[in-house]
Design a binder for this molecule. Structure first.
Ligand code: FE2
Length: 382
């Protein structure tokens, strides 16, 4: 492997920030909503393991008699854990089919109605027509469109809303059990789509949401001796929102994307990358709080300095924690991947610290996928 890696970087976010005429201006990711079997317990996991704080709740006590939602937050990372209270509710059908997983990737906009109109005008299928919600703290407007699988994008317009989350939610002012670990914001969120569907969804994000191709990786970049996948990274106009999209590629064994598609029963969000400014502290804290990470073999670290050159972090600390490093011509980045956070081998998390690099860890793909293959083997899915 060469010391300097050049992902196929096609676009710099700063270039596009200057571009006029972005028909879908996004201010960032507002929140991610998960449909889960038991939101009370899922929220407890994100609070105690990921150290997020419970900040808002809605359920029967707040007038919602068919579901309960817990909002947890750390930095700008905000998750909503939602469950159905009755078996006949559509949320129950979603969790029956997919297990716990991401339902909505919500994007913050200045004008939710306009975002929804622009998207549907360009061919998006509506999942929720614009609706304005009000309570004593003000009003917000939300609207949703469908994307891959049963996943949706919700446009959230907050205006000068002053409540804890959205109208109808009760604020939780203090979380006595949360132990923050330094999570700052969502760096990127990856979707897995079916065989030969990657370009269809790349086209969707280009046409419907004005995204551009940011980087791409083919099966030569992302393959081991046994399995392969292909990936294209889509970014919105200002580069705040990045959605890599994976599809399976032919290999001798079942790839991780195929395993996901089988157990999620269709396309869905594969991983969410959370940014930190101190990955050693963040990962050490997460491990202490029970988050499980993929194991990286010793050989990776014995070759590391030769591959990436000098880095600030002691390699012995990186090896102790299992953190991966990659370098490109702009700098380097550190990353680590959790094991799936459900019993189904579906959604997992990445913790990432960028030190100049805007890449996605191309130099780690092989080590990473070999680690995933060992886990697939242990599950009997390889
Ligand atoms: Fe990633």
């Amino acid at each position: 492997m060469s010391a300097t890696l050049h992902p196929h970087s096609l676009l710099h976010p700063t270039d596009t920030a200057k571009q006029a005429g972005d028909f879908m201006p996004l201010l960032g990711t507002d929140h991610v909503e998960f449909y889960v079997g038991n939101a009370k317990q899922a929220a407890h996991y994100y609070r105690t393991a990921f150290g997020m704080s419970l900040v808002a709740y809605c359920g029967p006590e707040t007038g919602h008699h068919d579901r309960a939602s817990y909002v947890v937050q750390q930095g700008k990372v905000r998750f909503v854990l939602t469950t159905a209270l009755r078996s006949t509710h559509p949320i129950a059908a979603h969790t029956h089919r997919h297990g716990d997983g991401v339902r909505a990737v919500a994007l913050l906009v200045d004008d939710a109605r306009q975002a929804w109109e622009q998207a549907t005008l360009r061919g998006a299928v509506s999942a929720l027509e614009p609706v304005t919600l009000r309570d004593e703290y003000g009003e917000t407007t939300v609207a949703s469109i469908r994307t891959y699988g049963e996943t949706v994008h919700t446009f959230v317009e907050r205006g000068n809303y002053r409540g804890a989350f959205l109208p109808g939610y009760r604020a939780i002012l203090h979380d006595p059990i949360a132990q923050p670990v330094g999570l700052l914001h969502i760096d990127h969120m990856v979707g897995n789509v079916g065989w030969h569907q990657m370009d269809e969804w790349v086209g969707f994000y280009e046409r419907v949401m004005g995204f551009r191709l940011y980087q791409h990786f083919d099966d030569k970049d992302i393959s081991t001796e046994y399995s392969a996948l292909m990936s294209k990274v889509m970014a919105n106009g200002n580069g705040y929102v990045k959605f890599p999209i994976n599809e399976p590629a032919e290999g001798r064994h079942k790839s991780q994307v195929e395993e996901f598609l089988e157990f999620y029963d269709g396309p869905g969000v594969q991983h969410i990358a959370l940014a930190t400014q101190d990955i050693l502290h963040t990962v050490r804290s997460l491990q202490r709080q029970g988050v499980e990470f993929l194991h990286v073999p010793h050989s990776y670290y014995s070759e590391l300095e030769q591959r990436v050159g000098h880095i600030d972090e002691p390699i012995c600390d990186l090896e102790e924690l299992g953190i991966l490093v990659d370098r490109d011509d702009e700098g380097y980045m550190l990353q680590i991947f959790t094991r799936p956070v459900e019993d189904r081998p579906t959604l997992f998390f990445e913790i990432i610290q960028r030190k100049g690099s805007r890449g996605f860890g191309k130099g780690n793909f092989r080590a990473l996928f070999e680690a995933i293959e060992r886990e697939q083997q242990a599950r009997g899915n390889f």
